[in-house]
Design a protein around this ligand. Structure first.
Ligand code: SAH
Length: 399
């Protein structure tokens, strides 16, 4: 018999709104002995069944709901159906030969908590991040092979979040032949080489795809600073849009090497770009001391907020880096600034950027509010799925 998780009185409220997470504090009792990742029925204090979820014995998020229909079976056909739905929603992107990298499954936002599947050309890269996704690993693998014939499947379940689930880190080939060291993808006007074995996340920041396209439209004739540049995505986008010069800044030597390769691959004249290794917080100060100025600055730092306890420190980090960027902008210049910290809400992020402008004694306007690409949707009942926020600000010219 399926084990049950019985909630404390009144704690079914979030379930009524179809929020998929149940924290340990909401649970009164677990009946039966569910193993890690096994399916459990979730019941209110009065015994009413609310749905089925996966049990994570080591995580603060003890259950993640697969379905709010207690009659639905969680089995191979459930997985086939949900995966098919997620993939079908991306069909226009899969058919578009000018975009060969796509997020196909976005975890909770596709009602499959813990599962990410990204496609880089003919390679699928999956991340199983929770005990529930791990439990169904073989089924997920078989379903993906079935639904997407002709693709190899590679696993990158090496994210630290697996530790919270009591799961070991794992990566390697699941199906097909070994991927090449670098997989070339097309993203509109640019080509990018992706390292699916060792790159960040599954290899590339697919969530910024549409924002890179916006930078292409804004970059003509501009002198650009691409801060936290990773493998060069925003720089390639700016150069494709006619930027006169891009300075890429990142703290990782290996990453900058791949970025340089990506610039060569796209055939941009080598005097149109440079790469600088260093800590952005220091280098931006140095650039300021040297009197450097830019027309467009992209700021896309790594996640500063890992937990609520880090929020204040992270806010200081965001403010500092944005203040330095404002100081380096020419009058009339543009700042494309991002935060991928889910715990930092969009309003607060905008306030931080406003404080940064004030400290830099710059007056600025927001021209556009940005988010994650449309293949990274947000389920309305799971607002946490919206994590990437961006603002395009323009420094008002001082007469
Ligand atoms: N904008 C990129 C993604 C940025 S990821 C894209 O669209 O592809 C964040 C990058 O910041 C990583 O490449 C990481 O190496 C770099 N990084 C982290 N801390 C840094 C620091 N203090 N200074 C400079 N770069 C840093």
């Amino acid at each position: 018999m399926t084990a049950s998780v019985i909630l404390k009185p009144g704690r079914e409220k979030s379930l009524r709104r179809h929020h998929p997470w149940i924290f340990t504090g909401a649970i009164a009792q677990v009946s039966g002995h569910p193993q890690s990742g096994a399916t459990v029925v979730v019941r209110s204090a009065s015994g009413e069944p609310f749905g089925l979820g996966s049990y994570s014995p080591h995580s603060q998020i003890r259950v993640r709901l697969w379905t709010f229909n207690p009659q639905e079976a969680i089995d191979r056909s459930f997985w086939q159906g949900r995966l098919q739905q997620a993939i079908a929603a991306r069909n226009p992107l899969l058919q578009d030969s000018s975009q060969t990298a796509t997020r196909l499954v976005a975890a909770e936002s596709d009602r499959l908590p813990g599962l990410i599947v990204d496609r880089y050309d003919r390679t699928l890269v999956c991340q199983l991040l929770t005990a529930g996704a791990e439990f169904w690993r073989d089924t997920i693998m078989a379903s993906l092979v079935d639904l997407l014939p002709g693709y190899r499947l590679y696993e990158r379940s090496d994210s630290d979040v697996r530790a919270k689930e009591g799961l070991p880190l794992r990566s390697g080939l699941l199906y097909g032949d070994e991927p090449p060291d670098l997989i070339e993808i097309q993203e509109g006007p640019i080509r990018v080489q992706v390292d699916v074995r060792a790159g960040h996340k599954t290899g590339f920041y697919l969530d910024q795809r549409q924002n890179r396209a916006i930078i292409t439209t804004l970059a003509a004739q501009k002198r650009v600073l691409n801060c936290f540049s990773y493998t060069g995505g925003f720089s390639l986008a700016a150069l494709a849009g006619g930027a006169s010069h891009v300075l890429n800044l990142d703290s990782s030597t290996a990453i900058l090497k791949l970025s340089a390769q990506n610039h060569q691959l796209n055939g941009f004249a080598s005097d149109r770009y440079d790469h600088l290794e260093g800590d952005a917080f220091q280098v931006l100060r140095q650039l300021r001391e040297q009197g450097e100025q830019f027309d467009l600055i992209v700021l896309d730092p790594p996640k500063f907020v890992e937990s609520k306890a880090h929020l204040e420190r992270a806010a200081r980090g965001y403010k500092d880096i944005n203040r330095l960027a404002f100081l380096l902008l020419r009058s009339g210049g543009l700042l494309a600034t991002f935060s991928c910290s889910g715990l930092l809400e969009a309003d607060l992020f905008q306030k931080i950027v406003a404080d940064a402008a004030l400290d830099a004694q710059r007056e600025a306007q927001v021209l556009q509010r940005l988010g994650q690409a449309s293949d990274h949707p947000t389920l309305l009942s799971f607002p946490e799925g919206f994590y990437l926020k961006g603002l395009i600000c323009r420094v008002i010219p001082i007469p």
